[in-house]
Design a binder for this molecule. Structure first.
Ligand code: GLU
Length: 311
């Protein structure tokens, strides 16, 4: 058995620990005994394990993509007027810090407050036009058309009391542009975009390759923004475990409450995969902070086994 497969097998029993996220009604039903992995290198070599075409929704992982998009359009200086780039140490949907420090300004774009603020900044006059612009960008990253899981989207929007509270608070402090409900709606839709681990690994590969799709050679965003995105992923990407993840795994990563993790490596050499890698895992059982338990366990083994840490 290859070492990669060995790490998968060693991690798999953990898929049963924890439970799927329960505050989004449609996600609480996900079967827990799944674990899928996709690793892609710059030359198109890949490692696949499990049902890599199995679908799930982006959730929080979408936040890094919309952040990159808005930075490309407005420039980082403008974006920083609405959202900071500092870790919080609080839950992703926490409101507590919005009332301290620079009052009302979200700490970073990877928590809900920051991501909703980003969705309020999308260029365009009408909601549909603003959403379309973002979708077109996401499609260039994904390499396929955007599709929404309607059940997940509707069930989250119907129960998005906390996100609405955050968004109205941001509006009252002038950190949300335009219509509040529009921003919450687009944010909830981007969270419900359907992906699989192969799509996530492609997105990760573009980020680690500084904005260029290595297959087509197309530049999708600038190197400057790629650098900022990777720094954000390292400092804020894994919820309240970001510090420990940086210490023990040491690669830029973003997780979502549906159980996906997008991550990447800069200079790997592992069993037929070389150079920059896009890495994605999916296992729906999450821990208390929101990270996939089986995914975290696999990534720790992977990073230790193949010396992936950037530190
Ligand atoms: N749609 C989820 C929310 O707003 C995303 C949370 C996450 O994946 O961290 O609560």
């Amino acid at each position: 058995m290859s070492r990669l497969q060995q790490y998968v097998e060693e991690s798999k029993p953990l898929a049963k620990l924890g439970k799927p996220v329960d505050y989004i009604p449609a996600l609480s039903k996900q079967p827990v005994d799944q674990f899928t992995v996709c690793i892609l290198d710059e030359s198109g070599n890949q490692f696949l394990s499990g049902n890599t075409k199995g679908k799930f929704t982006l959730q929080s992982i979408s936040k890094i993509i919309s952040f990159i998009y808005i930075c490309e359009h407005l420039g980082i200086e403008k974006v920083l007027e609405y959202v900071d780039m500092e870790p919080t140490g609080d839950a992703f949907n926490s409101m507590v810090r919005l009332e301290i420090t620079e009052v009302g300004k979200p700490f970073n774009p990877l928590i809900n407050a920051g991501a909703i603020a980003v969705c309020s900044l999308l260029p365009g006059a009408k909601k549909e036009e603003r959403k379309e612009g973002l979708w077109q960008f996401i499609e260039r990253m994904m390499g396929e058309k955007v599709a929404i899981n309607e059940e997940v989207y509707r069930s989250e929007l119907a129960t998005a009391y906390r996100n609405r509270a955050i968004a109205y608070y941001l509006k009252s402090k002038n950190f949300l542009k335009g219509d509040v409900e529009d921003a919450v709606d687009i944010y909830t839709q981007q969270c419900a975009i359907i992906v699989d681990v192969e799509i996530l690994a492609r997105i990760a590969l573009i980020i680690v390759n500084d904005g260029v799709n290595p297959t087509s050679g197309e530049r999708i965003f600038s190197k400057k923004i790629a650098k900022i995105a990777k720094a954000l992923l390292i400092t804020c990407g894994m919820y309240n475990d970001s510090g420990k993840f940086a210490a023990f795994v040491g690669i830029p990563a973003k997780s979502g409450v549906s159980g996906g993790i997008l991550t990447m490596a800069n200079h790997a050499n592992m069993e037929g995969l070389h150079g920059k890698l896009g890495i994605a895992t999916f296992g729906p059982s999450i821990d208390d902070v929101g990270n996939s338990i089986v995914g975290m366990s696999f990534l720790k083994r992977l990073s230790e086994g193949f010396h992936l840490t950037i530190f």
